[in-house]
Design a protein around this ligand. Structure first.
Ligand SMILES: *Cc1c(COP(=O)(O)O)cnc(C)c1O
Length: 360
């Protein structure tokens, strides 16, 4: 068996001990005689797995008791609709901050359910920065303010917590949740697909302050009603059981590594290694405003784009895959989530260094 160094933006590389654990459990989870995939979601075994995963989410992120922790289906793209359906009813309006492809998609989807205000945008600069808080134009009667805390495609991350006063702040944290400690109480709602930092695709984490319940539009599907899902402990419909189990293993692994403070220094070290190299390279460059650079998705361009194919081919020969940038962005992107080791990032840096010298 040989494993590649996988820089995929998501679904992304998972910790090897987690995959080995899952393999060992595959046919018989803890003497139950069943695979987790075969268990009734209401049986005692899965009830324990779900509780374990939810407890880890609460303890790692320090989720306050007045927040619900929901494990839903549909991914972050479905949440773009589920969110306004549940929350916008309070005033019929919401504010959106645009920092890239994902927040733009969120705003377009929300416009189907209410009146949307553009509160701030960095589109005029090609989405290479996070709009500064002083440039946010918030409306007093918004039901919530939406932002994306890490733009996975552009490689732009918000490294500060916005202040939206009494209007609840909502964040799509799909690609940077669990990468550093977080003050959940500063948010009204956080949502994230699992397949970047927390597990496989198929499960979506929603953390929501319970006082925001009670404004769901009549058209909201029951399976996507936050309050109903909270009342039924995420079991109104069959939850994505296997994905929840793997998520539990990933979170347990994070905990054993030292939790989110340890993830923060690990991720900081990896990102610094790459940005430091890019800033001193004559061949490669990153275009994102320095203070808004993502620690999760490092985007870069070759000055001579005719070398792109050779760069990717050479990387593949070294066992490094999925470095091509998103089709809408071009260039390259190294996604270096929690499960990516410092050693693997060093290998990428060394390869880039070699490639630059070889093509000088
Ligand atoms: C990956 C990603 C999404 C899309 O998630 P789906 O699982 O495809 O719905 C949305 N937002 C961000 C920030 C992402 O990184």
């Amino acid at each position: 068996m040989s494993r590649v160094i996988n820089f995929s933006s998501g679904p992304a590389t998972l910790p090897e001990p987690v995959l080995k654990r899952a393999a060992a459990d595959m046919l018989d989870w803890r003497g139950s005689g069943m695979s987790v995939m075969e268990m009734s979601h209401r049986g005692p075994e899965f009830t324990e797995i779900l509780a374990h995963t939810q407890t880890l989410i609460r303890s790692l992120l320090g989720v306050p008791d007045n927040y619900a922790v929901l494990l839903m289906q549909g991914g972050a793209i479905a949440e773009n609709a589920i969110l306004p359906m549940n929350l916008i009813g309070k005033t019929g309006q919401a504010d959106y901050v645009l920092s890239g492809v994902w927040s733009e998609k969120s705003m377009k989807e929300a416009a189907k359910y209410g009146q949307i205000h553009l509160a701030a945008s960095s589109s005029s600069s090609g989405f290479l920065s996070m709009p500064r808080q002083t440039d946010w134009r918030l409306s007093a009667d918004a039901a919530y303010v939406h932002m994306c805390s890490n733009e996975t495609i552009g490689g732009v991350e918000c490294h500060w917590t916005p202040d939206t006063g009494s209007v609840p702040l909502v964040a799509d944290m799909s690609s940077n949740i669990m990468s550093a400690p977080l003050n959940v109480s500063r948010y009204g709602l956080i949502y994230a697909g699992a397949q970047k930092n927390m597990g496989p695709s198929g499960v979506t984490l929603v953390i929501v302050r319970r006082d925001l319940f009670g404004h769901a539009l009549d058209i909201t599907p029951s399976a996507f009603n936050y309050q109903l899902q909270d009342e039924q402990s995420s079991m109104y419909n069959t939850p994505p059981t296997y994905a929840i189990y793997i998520m539990g293993l990933v979170l347990q692994h994070i905990k054993e590594q030292g939790g989110l403070p340890a993830m923060q220094s690990h991720n900081q070290a990896k990102a610094e290694l790459l940005y430091e190299f890019l800033d001193h390279s004559a061949m490669f460059s990153n275009r994102v405003a320095r203070e808004d650079r993502s620690r999760m998705n490092v985007t870069f361009f070759l000055k001579d784009e005719s070398l792109n194919a050779a760069f990717l081919q050479g990387a593949e020969k070294e066992g490094m895959v999925q470095l091509r940038g998103h089709r809408s962005a071009g260039g390259m992107r190294a996604s270096i989530y929690n499960a990516m080791s410092l050693d693997s990032v060093q290998r990428l840096r060394d390869y880039m260094h070699w490639f630059e010298k070889d093509n000088a």
